[in-house]
Design a binder for this molecule. Structure first.
Ligand code: DHB
Ligand code: FE
Length: 280
């Protein structure tokens, strides 16, 4: 069976890509955020994953408001980035693990999850920025991907409970996979932020701390709020924490330990957070 080496969680603000592009990592505004990645680089060099299962959300590059799958799963041999209008470079392509994608898709449908299977899927800053942060300056990404896009954009959104259950179902799929890959689970987005409306700029350190404190030891604690309560506590875009919750589910039910955390306010409009978890 494949080995799940652990999980990497990070915010995915587009401005981070601009800072990388311009080499601003040591500037006072950016340093406290980028300094949180030394440990991520060390850890990835040590655990050497070759596949990443990525829980993120599409921001309109791939799906738009006229068609919005609740849970979409990629089954492509290659995934491309495209111009999203942020002035970022177009990121190099991401190799897919097609066989593992189909295994997970079959297992999820068997498990009664009504997912959308995407044999073509664009990936946006929610995937490319976390990859740039994790593996800076590589010629080719060292992992193949299986991307999940969770609807955190257009209501009705899936509940936190359902996202945790989705992740747990992915973990069950991995238990029955006979390959010997080293798998890292990635959750992107969040933490609290709101980009629009009267509360634009809203950040909630207390709620973020609650989420980070409980995600490893008691992820179900994050599933008690309704989506509307989560929007109230995390902000309209802060509900991207749903990606983190699904990713935590994919780590499985055995105990996991937090091995790294960085939390910095603000990066752009976002309370930026980075975490690592490993099987205990
Ligand atoms: C920002 C945050 C996001 O999650 C995103 O997708 C786009 C922008 C921001 O804080 O600027
Ligand atoms: Fe986002």
């Amino acid at each position: 069976m494949a080995e799940i080496v652990g999980a990497y969680f990070t915010s995915h603000v587009p401005a981070i890509g601009g800072a990388i592009h311009k080499g601003l990592q040591q500037e006072p505004y950016w340093k406290p955020f980028f300094d949180g990645f030394h440990k991520v680089h060390e850890w990835l060099a040590q655990v050497k994953p070759d596949v990443a299962i990525v829980f993120n959300n599409d921001h309109g590059l791939n799906f738009f408001l006229d068609k919005m799958p609740t849970f979409a799963v990629g089954a492509a041999a290659e995934y491309h980035n495209a111009d999203e209008g942020w002035g970022l470079p177009i990121y190099k392509p991401f190799a897919g693990h097609t066989e593992l994608s189909w295994h997970i898709i079959n297992s999820l449908v068997e498990d009664e999850f009504d997912i959308t299977t995407c044999q073509k899927m664009l990936v946006d800053h929610a995937l490319s920025i976390p990859f740039e942060l994790a593996w800076p300056d590589v010629e080719a990404w060292p992992v193949k991907i299986v991307p999940f896009a969770i609807n955190t954009v257009q209501h009705p959104l899936p509940s936190a409970k359902r996202c945790l259950a989705l992740g747990q179902a992915v973990n069950r799929a991995l238990q029955s996979w006979t390959g010997d890959e080293r798998i890292v689970i990635i959750g992107t987005g969040g933490l609290s932020h709101q980009l629009d409306g009267e509360r634009a700029g809203f950040i909630n350190r207390d709620y973020d701390t609650f989420c980070m404190d409980n995600l490893s030891v008691d992820p179900a604690a994050l599933t008690k709020d309704s989506i509307h309560e989560m929007v109230r506590k995390a902000g309209t875009q802060g509900v991207e924490v749903l990606n983190w919750i699904a990713a935590r589910g994919a780590l499985g039910q055995a105990p996991v330990q937090e091995i790294h955390r960085n939390y910095h306010i603000p990066i752009s409009n976002t309370a930026a957070a980075t975490m690592l978890m490993e099987p205990a």
